[in-house]
Design a protein around this ligand. Structure first.
Ligand SMILES: [Zn+2]
Length: 429
């Protein structure tokens, strides 16, 4: 008996020791910096969605996934997960709302159709935004309606309407329905006649996805993600710097995803299938994660670790990070308990009024019920380089970043092993 205990004890200690050695060898400040340096370099020109620069970043990430010998996702023949969006530019807007002339000044069409013809109000739902209404509350849900809608916006919202027109010019997923916004004093028209012609342009973009199949629970996924797009090039700041490097936002999260892929592919003991994703187009509306969420069954996703801005120290100092939407599932509690006895701690998001849970790539899968949370250290009330040209690699703490990535690796182990499953988040609809 004694001997057996002794043997088990020795085995335990030696395996813990070699495990610690192993993780430090794979995830450390030097390795983290190597990846960060490439993604946040000036020659990536800020990895703007729809630019050629971001495609170079995608190819680099794919190359790192290849080094980890990840498999392709969903029968693809590449780590790149390409998709398309459509940009519609109105070349003709003419019509009448009762006696009022309609034109490019008072009409904004959220649409991917080449041509829109409205004669009378049949087939269209009418929504009116009256003076004093809460504009976002009334209008934002309209975008999620899978219906043809005419929104009559009172002229007191002229400024809001201008931003709707700008928004209408952005790239969108192809849709069969259109939402037409009309700026008018008329909230009860008896007839409408509107003809719109759009010039359509296809825009190409891509996520990068790699897979480590599970040993036994192949059909259960654990997703590790970060977004690799950023803001591109803008006007020069006071230092004359015009490149938004996005070293922290979110080259840091992307680096974490690459490091975790390296780590788990060396470990090779995951019972659940691990999916590593670098999302595109987060900064312009989370389109990469929205597309990705439609390429799998969300019920099969046991958990999602989305990683955003972990390059600076959190408000609690080194060896700590926060988890958004902490109270929405027991994901955070599982991570915390797996770190018991370590010097690292995860905390609930300390900036609840900022709605961070809904502001990153975890949101789409979370709305579908997945315990999908974002892990971050960004001091959202005081992060001097956030969305600035000065978000450079020199402002990041590589050692702390490595500690966070290791903490994610270690704290996720029971979920990866399939012995613990976080409770589901309540579905949005
Ligand atoms: Zn970000």
């Amino acid at each position: 008996m004694m001997r057996k205990i002794y043997f088990v004890l020795v085995l335990c200690i030696s395996s813990t020791f070699s495990f610690a050695q192993k993780i430090n060898k794979i995830i450390n400040a030097k390795e983290v910096e190597k990846i960060e340096k490439v993604l946040a370099a000036d020659d990536m020109h800020g990895r703007k969605t729809f630019s050629a620069d971001i495609d170079r970043a995608a190819n680099f990430i794919a190359g790192e996934f290849a080094k980890s010998k990840l498999q392709y996702f969903n029968g693809s023949n590449s780590y790149l997960q390409p998709f398309e969006m459509i940009k519609a530019k109105p070349v003709l807007i003419e019509g009448l709302l009762d006696d009022e002339a309609l034109n490019e000044n008072n009409v904004a069409a959220i649409s991917t159709s080449e041509e829109i013809n409205i004669n009378g109000l049949q087939g269209f739902d009418i929504i009116t935004v009256k003076p004093g209404d809460d504009f976002p509350k009334k209008v934002f849900p309209v975008f999620d309606l899978n219906k043809n809608v005419v929104v009559l916006v009172d002229t007191s919202f002229a400024k809001r309407f201008k931003s709707m027109q700008r928004f209408a010019g952005n790239a969108k997923f192809k849709s069969e329905v259109s939402q037409i916004f009309i700026l008018t004093k008329n909230s009860n028209p008896s007839k409408i006649n509107l003809h719109i012609k759009n010039e359509l342009t296809l825009q190409h973009l891509q996520n990068v996805v790699g897979v480590l199949p599970g040993k036994s629970k192949k059909e259960e996924y654990v997703v590790f993600s970060g977004h690799y797009d950023h803001l591109g090039i803008g006007k020069p700041d006071a230092r004359g710097d015009s490149i938004f490097n996005g070293a922290n936002d979110d080259a840091a999260g992307t680096t974490a995803v690459i490091m975790l892929a390296k780590y788990f592919s060396k470990l090779k003991d995951n019972e659940r299938t691990l999916v590593f994703v670098a999302f595109t187009a987060e900064e312009i509306g989370g389109f990469g994660s929205r597309y990705f969420s439609k390429q799998l069954n969300p019920d099969q996703v046991s958990a999602m670790f989305n990683i955003e801005m972990i390059g600076t120290e959190s408000k609690w100092g080194p060896n700590s990070a926060y988890i958004t939407g902490f109270e929405k599932s027991d994901f955070g509690k599982i991570l915390q308990s797996n770190l018991t006895g370590s010097q690292f701690h995860f905390e609930p998001d300390p900036y609840p009024s900022q709605n961070l849970f809904y502001r990153s790539d975890n949101a789409t899968l979370a709305e579908l019920g997945v315990p999908a949370h974002t892990i971050s250290t960004s001091k959202m009330d005081n992060e001097p380089n956030y969305h600035k040209q000065s978000d450079e690699i020199s402002t990041l703490n590589m050692k702390n970043m490595a500690e966070i990535i290791k903490a994610i690796a270690i704290s996720s182990h029971t979920i990866v092993a399939g012995t613990q499953t976080p409770t589901r988040v309540q579905k949005a609809l």
